[in-house]
Write a protein that binds this ligand. Structure first.
Ligand SMILES: Nc1ncnc2c1ncn2[C@@H]1O[C@H](COP(=O)(O)OP(=O)(O)OP(=O)(O)O)[C@@H](O)[C@H]1O
Ligand SMILES: [Mg+2]
Ligand SMILES: [Zn+2]
Length: 513
């Protein structure tokens, strides 16, 4: 017997994931506050028919109407076996015409044979013809007091408003992945079938929130896996990529490993691209809930957007391999968003610095004294960084050495003073990604770079902002320490680019005093 049938809920307590509905119905039964027509709508296989049958049983039980039918009386027994003469189930998909409804209306005229109510369950009610709906209206509005209607549909939008307004509407939810997995666990334990939890999660995801669909898949999986429901057989049965491959993909994307990505894209050609995209989205969703620190909120947003765009691209193109490869490369590009985030954070930090700081006189050649003493090994690492930059390009190494001065490295933040001479500005701007990459290689993958401003002298507040934008505040020998100008951040290549893109205007903000 199929699992979906074997485990059809028989009591409100057995219904999964529809708590609000079962609570409301139970209360209505308890207080005898019953409507004469109910409408159950929602996703296929989410419990509509099951609930309609439970409700019917509760209505006709000898001890009823009650939320807890006795299960012993003849009415309960007949209802459980699906043979109660006063519970009439009609499938509107195959009885959709006006004559079918006329016949049904005729039946409402006769009192129930053994129970207190005569209950009509009309499934897939949206399939009725317009004329059939019209014929039903009057009876639906004012049925004899012994008649109850329970209409069920997956598509309530197709119902005429006249029907909607005459029924009490209950919307069945998609059942949550977690609830479904629990239920599968419960069933497999009862059936004594061993399993891997992750395999059940994959099945639940493929079932799309429909418990019936998931149970049908579980039936197949038990047969396919020869009695041990594991990840390998489930992914194979569903034609899915091994979850480890998806994890590997994201690893390569975050490591900006273009070569590795292209290779894996080639290997994945045998799979449907839309399925890989779905699996990638599912993976990201999982990481979001696991609070994986490798992904920032902005990154999730970008990744989701790229992956959903890719799905619509697939719809138009049909060249799976090309769309997938392109998407992977776009995801890789999107990781650069982190740099923008950092720049914004830096920028915010700078503008939130109080405008007048206590003077801190110190010569330009030395790092600010308030900072912790620099660890010796960090200084060495900085030398290695310069070395590596020289190896990349002599010119870059030279410019970097001339312009950047090590301050300290602590708590994953590398601080330096940057005072590039005019001939080096462009070079450093364009090579920022390379420099950052090497910094993370040497100081650790999560290292952040923070520029510490050298003490500067700016005559007035107005000139300060102007100067800040051009990054040419006159350097101060000693004495008053001017407010932190924002020169560095404004000179960042990305900010420059943003200025170009948005045709940004410079606004001068003068303090009142
Ligand atoms: N909420 C639920 N709780 C427990 N089991 C459920 C639930 N929903 C569905 N099932 C399982 O799926 C089977 C089918 O459920 P049911 O017939 O109630 O769904 P439905 O919403 O009427 O679907 P359809 O729209 O396709 O008619 C049930 O026999 C049961 O095994
Ligand atoms: Mg149904
Ligand atoms: Zn009973």
């Amino acid at each position: 017997m199929a699992l979906a049938l074997k485990y059809r809920p028989k009591r409100f307590e057995d219904l999964i994931g529809q708590d609000a509905i079962s609570q409301t119905l139970r209360l209505a039964l308890k207080t005898n506050n019953l409507s004469h027509a109910y409408l159950f709508s929602g996703l296929r296989g989410s419990g509509k028919t099951s609930t309609a049958r439970i409700l019917s049983k509760c209505l006709i039980c000898d001890e009823g109407p009650t939320p807890t039918p006795c299960e012993q009386c003849d009415n309960c027994k007949a209802a459980n076996e699906g043979r109660h003469i006063d519970i009439i189930e009609m499938d509107a998909a195959s009885n959709r015409k006006i004559d079918d409804i006329r016949e049904l209306i005729e039946q409402t005229k006769y009192k129930p044979s053994s129970a207190r109510y005569k209950i009509f369950i009309i499934d897939e009610v949206h399939m009725l013809t317009k004329e059939a709906f019209n014929a039903l209206l009057k009876t639906l509005e004012e049925p004899p007091e012994y008649v109850k209607f329970i209409l069920a549909t997956t598509d309530p939008l197709k119902l005429p408003p006249t029907i909607l307004s005459r029924t009490q509407h209950f919307r069945f939810k998609k059942i949550s992945q977690q609830d479904i997995v629990h239920h599968l666990e419960f069933i497999l334990n009862k059936e004594s079938v061993p399993f891997e939890l992750q395999a059940l999660q994959i099945l639940a995801r493929s079932g799309g929130g429909s418990l019936r669909d998931t149970l049908t898949l579980l039936d197949q999986a038990i047969v396919f896996s020869k009695g041990y429901v594991d990840v390998q057989s489930v992914t194979k049965m569903l034609g899915l990529v091994d979850p480890q491959r998806i994890e590997e993909l994201f690893h390569l994307i975050l490591a900006k490993d273009k070569e590795g990505l292209l290779q894996i894209a080639q290997e994945l050609q045998e799979y449907e691209a839309s399925m890989i995209l779905d699996e990638m989205i599912a993976y990201l969703k999982e990481q979001l809930f696991l609070k994986n620190p490798k992904f920032s909120t902005l990154l999730y947003e970008r990744f989701f957007k790229i992956l959903s765009d890719a799905k619509s691209l697939l719809f138009f193109s049909g060249d799976d391999a090309f769309v997938l490869t392109l998407t992977l490369l776009k995801l890789l590009e999107a990781t650069k968003v982190k740099e923008i985030e950092e720049l914004i954070a830096q920028f915010e930090e700078q503008i939130s610095t109080p405008p007048m700081q206590p003077p801190a006189p110190k010569p330009i050649s030395k790092p600010p004294q308030s900072l912790a003493p620099r660890p010796k090994s960090a200084q060495d690492s900085f030398a290695t960084l310069i070395d590596k930059l020289y190896k990349r390009s002599y010119e870059l190494g030279e410019c970097f050495e001339k312009s950047v001065q090590f301050v300290e490295f602590s708590d994953g933040v590398l601080r330096w003073i940057s005072t590039p001479p005019p001939e080096c500005k462009e070079k450093l701007k364009h090579s920022y990604a390379t420099i950052r990459h090497l910094v993370q290689e040497i100081f650790g993958i999560n290292t952040k770079i923070q520029k510490v401003d050298p003490p500067k002298k700016c005559e007035t507040a107005a000139s300060m902002v102007e100067e800040a934008e051009f990054g040419s505040c006159i350097q101060q020998e000693a004495g008053l320490h001017a407010p932190q100008p924002q020169s560095d951040i404004l000179n960042e290549p990305l900010v420059q680019k943003a200025k170009e893109l948005f045709k940004a205007k410079r606004v001068v903000v003068k303090p009142k005093v």
